[in-house]
Design a protein around this ligand. Structure first.
Ligand SMILES: Nc1nc2c(c(=O)[nH]1)N[C@H]1C(S)=C(S)[C@@H](COP(=O)(O)OP(=O)(O)OC[C@H]3O[C@@H](n4cnc5c(=O)[nH]c(N)nc54)[C@H](O)[C@@H]3O)O[C@H]1N2
Ligand SMILES: Nc1nc2c(c(=O)[nH]1)N[C@H]1C(S)=C(S)[C@@H](COP(=O)(O)OP(=O)(O)OC[C@H]3O[C@@H](n4cnc5c(=O)[nH]c(N)nc54)[C@H](O)[C@@H]3O)O[C@H]1N2
Ligand SMILES: [Mo]
Length: 879
């Protein structure tokens, strides 16, 4: 930290800086000793605290919108100086502390990073007459006033609407993901006539959502956190909860282990979770779990090691006598596995040749599954982020169906983690909705929140075809068309002139084929961004508007985890001249001839009110009933100055403000315990699952129809192993690109967020993880600079040689900040998306895993300082 540029820049910051720098010293080693390891009341006596401990939201996207943690922030004279976490209650498995991880605890350095955009800025060589687009990302910047910035944005937007229409504008921003990621600037675009969004499908959920929905009839099923310990075996594909499921999921797994559960983790590397918790690690070539599962199921079928009764009663499609209507009997799963359908038996030897797991291990694990009564089957999101990833999801569910014990505590199948963690469709408690619209049309506060599912299209759903898919959007913009021939009307022409790079996403850094993204940005007439950080997307703009963060807004109750509701205080005043999106949207509305109130429908106080008034708490799992969470007195209402009626709830507003969090009181065996599929198993006739047949569908015509209608890849109604893409994944390697890239999520970051924090950079250098075998073959040692090359770009990084990752595959972790060397075009920052192939697949999910790459020892002229010493990007020239 001492050497880091961030500290130096930090010191230049007049008032904020001086106090904050003092705080850094004050909180260094003293804050973490065992003597003061408790609550703030036990804080070091030597330090006089004249300030206040507040609750700062941790809005990192760890765990795909879920399970955030508690940050207690000490603020003096308006400056956040120290950070602690949940130390209030006793930590138990029933009501665990909501402790933050290293990323949350480094949040002050993130919030006050030199990478914050503090003023409206303009790229020096941009003008309406001559945009000099080729300079995007390398030009200098100058500070302008808010009025100048808003006038430029409004006039360029008006020009695009007048000359080319709404579809000439790309909204690279979250639009409708709910209150936590609510961006009124997108509401402004909608009010003005709309824009083209790049949000068809998903980059995040892989092939899970529609496979689960159509095969089991519901979404986001997961074991109750408190019944996890009842499983005798946790059979997990791609589990790294200790690193990438925020909240308490890893703690729950540790507890389950202490209670006697065995943990097997199948993963291409010995990740942090496997190292800490697994009884057995099964190394596997990424993207080949389908073959592995088929090999196990062959062995089970051959030896009668499965539950025929369960399959007959609860499933369709396993064998020719139990087929769903309308599908020929020969398309049954058993005949496919045994080789009757296609002449190739899916033996463990067949599987070994594809997935690298020895046949004898496959047989042993198949037997272990069959001989264990209670199993928790889990597979991580990334396991289906492969070409035609539905195939693995289909095989995974089928493995659990063949085991045949679902519906009772200790037995589960899912891809979310635990019910506490997940996108639970029946959360135990939830904060009220305060996104736009709710103020105008208050929702019934006792309705559980609806789950927002990313946009998918099937042939019938015309609206979806009006969206670019995330994966291919950059290339589509360059090509001037998007979609597939099979879409209604065929491929769609597009002609984008303006990009709005906004709310809560860093798409240039986070989407595949980033070099094409940069090229697309450079082709535009105008690109504007609104964000707190000068990240890659904002660096490639013409005008950037400084947005204040959650710490600078605040005063809401919020939740994304099924068991807790948090309070977010206003922790500090907006940095520099940064403003909330609502203000920006209103100012632009005025300039674009719109009524500001139609784009920003609520005042700040109204938002606070709705977040509290709509908050709910479950009273009964069986009937899914709720009561209001907060008591709101006339005094509370008057303090907010809103028109409303008092209400009676479980806790007071003062209580949540004081603690920062409401935790659902839980105990083992309580009335809130959730057992997935229990009703269906108890009474399949009267409580069918919501699939086409009313049963679990091993042969699932709806899924195949839906996926195939999108035109990205072809799957069968039964789980099959087929190479999903001719240029990606196991079986498609070439001499030029012999290695498979995969991109696990990093402890250093939540995607790209926090990458500007030197202490996190120091703790987790961004390295190319390579196996001993592949490194030796190339003369590479740990620490050597290596050049990673794919057909889409080049990245320079130090190598980390490991004997704990599978040969044939290399890993570069998601989220490194792009930094292109202008001479060579090589990325020095280590963003895997410079390399990643844009591969929309299946249900329009990006198949990250298996991009073909080569790795070589680098002998060129470039050098690379350790990440912790590399300066973070700032909009230079401004103070
Ligand atoms: N620290 C941190 N946590 C995060 C995030 C972050 O950026 N940083 N991002 C959050 C978000 S938005 C999401 S979507 C989730 C993603 O959650 P995950 O999908 O669980 O995340 P990954 O780290 O990509 O993968 C988890 C594990 O699966 C393994 N894996 C990858 N491919 C395969 C495969 O083909 N087969 C098998 N068997 N294993 C495989 C990886 O090696 C890794 O150990 O993480 C969330 N949590
Ligand atoms: N190669 C590769 N790429 C991947 C993945 C992978 O595994 N490998 N994973 C994919 C997955 S699962 C996901 S979910 C996506 C995530 O992709 P993104 O959502 O694009 O990633 P983030 O880095 O989370 O972007 C967060 C943005 O929010 C901004 N931000 C932070 N705080 C605030 C705030 O208070 N207010 C506002 N307005 N903005 C704020 C940050 O500056 C940043 O621009 O990435 C995908 N990309
Ligand atoms: Mo994600």
């Amino acid at each position: 930290m001492e050497n880091s540029i961030s500290r130096r820049n930090f010191l230049q910051w007049s008032a904020v800086a001086a106090a904050a720098a003092a705080g850094l010293t004050a909180c260094s080693p003293i804050a973490a000793t065992p003597e003061n390891g408790g609550s703030e009341s036990r804080a070091p006596k030597t330090l006089v605290e004249n300030g206040q401990w507040l609750t700062g939201a941790c809005m990192n996207n760890c765990s795909c919108e879920h399970s955030r943690c508690l940050l207690r922030v000490y603020v003096e004279d308006g400056v956040p100086l120290k950070i602690r976490t949940d130390e209030e209650d006793e930590d138990t498995i029933e009501v665990p502390q909501r402790r933050a991880c290293l990323r949350g605890r480094a949040k002050i350095s993130d919030m006050l990073s030199p990478s914050r955009i503090k003023y409206p800025m303009k790229r020096k060589n941009w003008s309406p007459e001559n945009p000099n687009g080729e300079l995007r990302g390398i030009d200098e910047w100058e500070r302008i006033t808010w009025d100048e910035a808003l006038d430029i944005v409004a006039s360029e937007m008006q020009k695009a609407y007048d000359n080319y229409g709404p579809k000439s504008i790309l909204a690279a921003a979250y639009s409708d993901i709910g209150e936590e990621y609510f961006d009124p600037i997108v509401c402004l675009l909608n009010a003005k006539g709309g824009a083209l969004h790049h949000e068809l499908g998903t980059v995040s959920l892989g092939a899970w959502p529609l496979t689960e929905l159509f095969m089991v009839g519901s979404l986001f099923e997961a074991p109750d956190a408190l019944t996890l310990e009842e499983s005798q075996l946790h059979f997990h594909f791609g589990n790294n909860w200790a690193a990438n499921k925020a909240g308490n999921t890893a703690y729950q797994l540790q507890h389950a282990k202490e209670m006697g559960g065995k943990i097997i983790i199948v993963d291409p590397w010995l990740n942090q979770t496997a190292a800490a918790l697994a009884d057995e690690w099964v190394p596997i070539i990424p993207g080949t779990d389908t073959a592995f599962c088929l090999g196990m199921m062959y062995h089970q079928i051959e030896n009668g090691l499965y539950n025929q009764e369960f399959l007959d009663k609860y499933c369709v499609g396993f064998d020719k006598d139990h087929m769903p209507e309308g599908i020929p009997a020969e398309m049954n799963f058993k005949d496919y596995v045994m080789g009757v359908l296609d002449g190739e038996a899916k033996t463990p030897e067949w599987a070994e040749a594809i997935c690298g797991v020895p046949a004898e291990t496959i047989r042993r694990l198949a037997e272990e599954i069959a001989s264990t009564e209670k199993i928790d089957f889990f597979a991580g999101q990334s396991t289906t982020k492969i070409p035609a990833g539905e195939q693995f999801a289909q095989a995974f569910y089928t493995l659990a169906f063949m085991h045949g014990t679902l519906g009772t505590p200790g037995n589960s199948v899912g891809w979310i983690g635990t019910h506490e963690h997940g996108y639970s469709t029946t959360p135990y408690c939830f904060a009220g909705d305060y996104s736009n619209g709710a103020g105008l049309n208050p929702a019934n506060p006792l309705n559980p929140p609806s789950i927002v599912i990313p946009n998918w299209g099937a042939i019938e759903d015309n609206e979806s075809w009006e969206k670019l898919d995330y994966t291919e959007c950059w290339q589509s913009i360059l090509d001037g068309e998007y979609g597939r021939d099979v879409w209604p009307g065929g491929k769609r022409p597009i002609d984008i002139h303006v990009i709005y790079s906004g709310g809560y996403e860093n798409s240039l850094n986070s989407l595949p084929n980033a070099n094409a993204g940069i090229e697309a940005f450079r082709k535009m007439d105008f690109v504007w961004g609104a964000n707190p950080f000068f990240d890659a997307s904002r660096q490639h703009c013409d005008v950037v508007l400084p947005v204040c963060t959650w710490w600078e807004k605040g005063n809401y109750a919020w939740s994304v985890n099924a068991e807790s509701v948090y309070w977010a205080d206003h922790v500090m005043d907006p940095l520099g001249e940064s403003k909330p999106e609502g203000w920006i949207a209103e100012e632009l509305a005025k300039r674009l001839g719109l009524d500001p109130k139609t784009v920003n429908t609520m005042t700040d106080n109204e938002r606070t009110y709705y977040s509290l008034a709509g908050a709910i708490k479950m009273t009964d799992q069986a009937t899914v009933s709720y009561e209001p969470l907060f008591t709101l007195t006339q005094e509370d209402i008057d303090a907010l100055g809103v028109q409303a009626e008092p209400q009676q709830g479980a806790i007071t507003v003062d209580e949540i403000k004081e603690k920062g969090v409401f935790k659902m009181p839980r105990s083992k065996g309580d009335a809130l315990t959730y057992v997935p599929f229990a009703n269906f198993i108890a009474d399949p006739e009267n409580s069918p699952v919501a699939t086409a047949s009313g049963k679990f569908e091993i042969c699932c015509g709806t899924l195949a129809y839906f996926v195939n209608s999108m035109g990205y890849s072809t799957i069968s109604p039964i789980p099959m192993y087929q190479i999903g893409d001719p240029e990606q994944g196991q079986g498609t390697q070439t001499e030029e690109f012999p290695l498979l890239l995969w991109t696990p999520h990093s402890l250093r970051r939540a995607h790209t967020v926090n990458d500007c924090v030197p202490s996190l950079r120091e703790a987790y250098p961004q390295e190319c993880f390579i196996s001993t075998v592949d490194a030796e073959a190339r003369g590479i040692k740990s620490g050597d600079l290596v050049l990673m090359t794919s057909p889409h770009g080049k990245v320079l990084r130090p190598a980390k040689v490991l004997n704990t990752i599978v040969p044939g595959a290399v890993a570069l972790q998601d989220g490194g900040w792009i930094q292109i060397d202008p001479e060579t075009g090589i990325d020095l920052g280590g963003d895997p998306n410079i390399l990643q192939a844009p591969k929309a697949s299946g249900q329009s999910s990006q198949s990250w895993t298996g991009t073909l790459v080569q790795v070589e020892k680098y002998n060129g002229p470039l050098t690379l300082d350790p990440d912790k010493h590399r300066p973070v990007p700032t909009p230079l020239g401004v103070e």
